[in-house]
Design a protein around this ligand. Structure first.
Ligand SMILES: [Zn+2]
Ligand SMILES: [Zn+2]
Length: 89
């Protein structure tokens, strides 16, 4: 069982155009670079930075995330306006 460390100040982020913003109230664990083919395609580069948190700790604070079902078991969230890759579910 993982102990998720609650943060005093939430981590925040968003897309390039600002249409989508989010916050996370816990410290991500097992932060890593993923070089798998699907992550390479999702970000258009050699790797994706993965910062795992529970879905219940991830809150969209502005706009709405668009979804692309990248496989039968995964979907990738992005900004519909500017195309920035945001999350992986
Ligand atoms: Zn955007
Ligand atoms: Zn990957």
């Amino acid at each position: 069982m993982t102990d998720w460390q609650k943060l005093d100040e939430p981590l925040t982020g968003g897309c390039q155009c600002g249409a989508v913003r989010y916050k996370v109230g816990v410290q991500p664990i097992n932060v890593h670079l993923c070089h798998c083919r699907m992550c390479q395609k999702a970000v258009g580069g050699p790797f994706a930075v993965i910062c795992p948190v529970l879905k219940t700790d991830f809150v969209v604070t502005r706009g709405e995330i668009g979804w692309f079902h990248s496989s039968a078991v995964a979907r990738r969230g992005f900004c519909r306006d500017c195309g920035t890759p945001l999350i992986f579910d």
